[in-house]
Ligand binder design. Structure first.
Ligand code: GTP
Length: 257
């Protein structure tokens, strides 16, 4: 059975670039047969060649024009349109015969509220889990982390994704080439308990100081046995760590619901 890896995460976190770099590394280093699927109808240009591209069916621009919608409304419409074509999607390569592939990488829209947090993700993952044991990689942009609450809320978004999908979700901290010295990002990976300690002394006024420690505590409780990794989608030499994590998660993934 191939490892099907689904890349999710906020807009601009680096999903598309990671899919490109990781797929190239898998082909060149491990000589794997890798299929790529693009489910983002809003992307203008892709740096990889997908075997299936949702834009064959519809693009965000076309939906905006046809239904006179803004970009957010068009993303929501696109997610409804994907639901109505979900059976066709799974009849299409590479899903129609997954045994041909060693790995299938799936790129998703960054507008998480229009994909992960909509009914479309339930429908999509329900079918995907029937044919495989997917690994969901939640990409966190290290350069977007400036404060403790940035670190905790991004980490927690991964926890919410896990809760929504009922699947193991593995966090990956990306962009370490430009934010490698980001201490808060490093803590998520290496010493999450320390984040919990910091959260207890969080000095921001208001609701956040009460909520942040709770979020850290829930994130710690729900975190899997494996350690998140820090990568750069611009540096091939970090792909081995990503692969190790994906492989480990694939072997241990189970339904958490
Ligand atoms: P959406 O499609 O909007 O969801 O974005 P995405 O998550 O697919 O991110 P994408 O790969 O398009 O990257 C967004 C921007 O970040 C691009 O300009 C990339 O070149 C850049 N980028 C992605 N990963 C890295 C990285 O590891 N390091 C650096 N320096 N830039 C990165």
């Amino acid at each position: 059975m191939p490892i099907i890896t689904v890349f999710v995460g906020p807009a601009g976190s680096g999903k598309t670039t990671l899919v490109k770099t990781y797929s190239e590394w898998l082909r060149r280093t491990l000589f794997m047969h890798v299929a790529i699927v693009n489910l983002d109808p809003g992307v203008e240009e892709l740096p990889y060649k997908p075997l299936f591209d949702i834009r064959e069916w519809f693009t965000l621009r076309d939906i905006m024009r046809k239904y006179r919608l803004g970009p957010n409304g068009a993303f929501l419409k696109a997610s409804e349109m994907l639901i109505s074509k979900i059976n066709d999607l799974f009849k299409h390569t590479p899903f129609n015969d997954i045994t041909k592939w060693d790995m299938i990488l799936i790129d998703t829209p960054g507008q998480m509220e229009a994909f992960i947090f909509r009914p479309v993700s339930t429908v999509f993952f329900k079918i995907l889990t029937k044919i495989s044991n997917p690994v969901v990689v939640f990409v966190i942009d290290a350069s977007a982390i400036e404060t403790l609450s940035d670190a905790v809320t991004l980490w927690f978004l991964g926890v919410l994704t896990q809760a929504k999908l009922g699947l193991t979700v593995v966090p990956v901290i990306n962009k370490i080439d430009i934010a490698g010295s980001n201490e808060l990002a490093r803590l998520i990976v290496e010493e999450p308990e320390k984040l919990a300690e910091m959260a207890k002394h969080y000095s921001e006024e208001g609701l956040l100081s009460e909520v942040v420690p709770e979020l850290v505590s829930i994130a710690l409780k729900t975190k899997g046995a494996y350690r998140p990794v820090m990568v750069s989608a611009k540096k091939t030499n970090t792909m081995e760590d990503l692969h190790y994590l994906v492989h480990e998660a694939f072997c241990t993934c189970g339904d958490l619901t």
